[in-house]
Design a protein around this ligand. Structure first.
Ligand code: FE2
Length: 365
């Protein structure tokens, strides 16, 4: 542990403070690790391990010397490992001590069995979020996890990220993490910095292809025309990405906003996502995974399964108006989804945090 005078100097410069009115909050300049380690961008040849470091706190008020709020000053430390082998388990030491130890698997090439877990909307009710993570740890053993977005209630609020990573700690140190950008991340730089994230990306794992997109057009910076241009460019990217993955046995898409919903007050809200359905059908997407609605929903429409798994901790929403003809299962409950892939097929199980089965489906030819 070392003290850094620089942080205090920066805080004082920012808020016009002197040593005489130094607020209690700003005195805590001890550097400590408040998140991680976790593995992101895990591919066949490389992976990045990240951990989050707090270097003191900054404070703010409307009168000199009267600090009304404070927030931790955070930055991510990371190391990218290259030259990895496919289908291998790697054990790493990020920072000193047992707390810095973790592991992840690299994707296998070709037919193989593997498991991933999808969950999301972990914001707001931290105790419930914790039960969902404990449920995943107890009832699944994923090669990687996929988070459908809204990790935290406000991506720009640095006080929330250490809470998120504390709750997810034991899960994320033993698997790889992939996420989609939720509206509550608010396109904050923290999300991109802490997760070494991109707005949209794709990857292959064994026989399956995964495309992840940013459905949060509202928080894309710029004018309406610029937001629209972002969506058009991303849609072109998705079209080409799925077209080029036709040799894979399974195709999965993940985004935060669902194209279909049983939440009456939200029906018709995500038109940009509903408009993508013909692309999903054309390129034989096996399943889409979404969040945003805090419940569980499963639809089957023109051969494509749509799963909403937004039951990671955020306040539950009713499933009062299931869409006709396409609804397989809806339930207003916390949940996570386990997908076991075996070559050309995948078995999906939606479970409550206590492990009880909500729904099951078979995907693939
Ligand atoms: Fe959301």
């Amino acid at each position: 542990m070392r003290r850094t005078a620089g942080v205090w100097a920066l805080t004082a410069a920012l808020f016009g403070l002197t040593e005489g009115v130094r607020p209690a909050a700003a005195q805590a300049t001890v550097e400590k690790i408040v998140g991680g380690p976790y593995a992101v961008n895990v591919g066949p040849r490389s992976a990045t391990v990240v951990w989050l470091v707090q270097k003191g706190e900054a404070a703010l008020g409307t009168e000199p010397g009267k600090m009304e709020k404070s927030a931790p000053i955070l930055h991510a430390e990371s190391i990218t490992f290259g030259g990895l082998r496919q289908g291998a388990t790697y054990y790493y030491q990020s920072f000193p001590g047992d707390a810095g130890k973790g592991s992840f698997k690299t994707p296998p090439a070709g037919p193989a069995q593997f498991q991933f877990v999808v969950y999301g909307d972990t914001r707001t009710r931290h105790d419930v979020h914790r039960t969902v993570i404990e449920g995943i740890l107890k009832h699944a053993n994923p090669d990687f996890v996929m988070q459908t977005g809204d990790l935290v209630a406000d991506g720009a609020d640095t006080s929330l990220w250490p809470i998120f990573f504390d709750i997810e700690r034991e899960l994320l140190r033993k698997t790889a993490f992939f996420s989609a950008l939720g509206n509550h991340e608010a396109n904050a730089k923290n999300y991109f910095d802490f997760l070494d994230a991109r707005s949209h990306y794709s990857f292959n794992w064994g026989t399956a292809h995964f495309a992840v997109i940013d459905s949060d057009i509202e928080n894309v910076p710029g004018t309406v025309a610029e937001k629209d241009a972002f969506w058009q460019e991303q849609t072109r990217w998705l079209d080409a990405d799925l077209r080029d993955s036709q040799n894979m046995d399974l195709r999965f898409v993940m985004a935060h906003h669902p194209p279909e919903t049983a939440v009456k007050r939200r029906q018709g809200e995500n038109k940009q996502m509903t408009a993508l359905e013909p692309i999903f059908e054309k390129y034989r997407v096996s399943a889409g995974f979404f969040g945003h609605d805090h419940n569980y929903q499963h639809y089957l429409k023109n051969g494509v399964h749509y799963f909403t798994t937004g039951g990671g901790g955020a306040p539950l929403y009713d499933v009062d108006t299931p869409p006709a003809n396409i609804t397989v299962k809806v339930a207003s409950t916390e949940n996570f989804v386990i997908v076991n892939v075996d070559g050309k097929k995948a078995h999906v199980e939606a479970r409550k945090p206590d492990g009880s089965l909500l729904d099951a489906a078979e995907l693939g030819n």
